[in-house]
Write a protein that binds this ligand. Structure first.
Ligand code: DX5
Ligand code: ZN
Length: 220
């Protein structure tokens, strides 16, 4: 397995003090930025101008998770802003292959996300176009939800397909990741873990990150 990454979601951070909140997660591998538009998901967060500022001040690479409609138009702008990784939902994209290529052309890693009930099988031929598959482990829209164990077989099948392909794809999981659930996700084959409430809800976010990483590594 490739190195296991913990990407805290700033959805659970204090949006009025983002720069200070970023400094509290220096032990993380990347910063997970949840962009929501109240169309693709029933919640509204931040958009391109704020993400561009986060990109300018962050010491860590940014991992954007775009939960937005019209993503074929918007996602390339996040890549142009210099983000390390840009993930779009396949359910929101009209031309996911073209979009993945657009992202890579602009220097970003291309991630594709699947809602919990979206099967992975129809997209396996697309793996060479991607750097990361994000398997949602809650319905996208809100932090603090309960991990959906029903997604574990899909994580396992996706991980098997990635191993079989020999491609260096990351398998990211997002939603309900905690010290209690991270081992199950890691054992199923995930290697990049997003955690919002489990990191920012802890007294010491960096300590929470280290414990999550240790639990994930111990599980594989
Ligand atoms: C949910 C977001 C997640 C969320 C995770 O739609 O994509 O990144 O912030 O939060 P927790 O870890 O609290 O489930
Ligand atoms: Zn997310």
């Amino acid at each position: 397995m490739s190195k296991c990454c913990i990407n805290p979601s700033i959805l659970s951070a204090d949006f009025v003090n983002l720069e200070a909140e970023l400094q509290r997660i220096s032990a993380a591998d990347a910063v997970h930025v949840d962009v929501m538009d109240n169309h693709f998901v029933p919640n509204l967060t931040i958009g391109l101008p704020v993400v561009e500022r986060i990109q300018q001040v962050s010491a860590l690479p940014l991992d954007a998770h775009l939960m937005i409609a019209d993503v074929d138009r918007w996602a390339p702008l996040y890549a142009e802003a210099g983000l390390a990784s840009v993930t779009f939902h396949v359910e929101a994209s009209t031309a996911p292959i073209k979009l993945a290529r657009d992202l890579r052309e602009r220097g970003a890693k291309a991630g594709m996300a699947l809602r919990p009930a979206t099967p992975v099988e129809p997209y396996l031929d697309m793996l060479p176009e991607l750097d990361m598959l994000l398997i949602m482990t809650v319905e996208p829209g809100f932090g603090g939800q309960k991990f959906l164990d029903v997604t574990l077989p899909k994580i396992r099948r996706a991980a098997e397909a990635v191993r079989g392909s020999g491609l260096p794809l990351a398998i990211q999981v997002d939603g309900g990741i905690s010290p209690e659930t991270i081992e199950r996700a890691a054992e199923a084959g995930a290697n990049v873990f997003v955690a919002g409430s489990a990191v920012y809800g802890a007294g010491d976010p960096n300590d929470a990150i280290r414990k999550l990483r240790a639990a994930a590594e111990a599980a594989v």
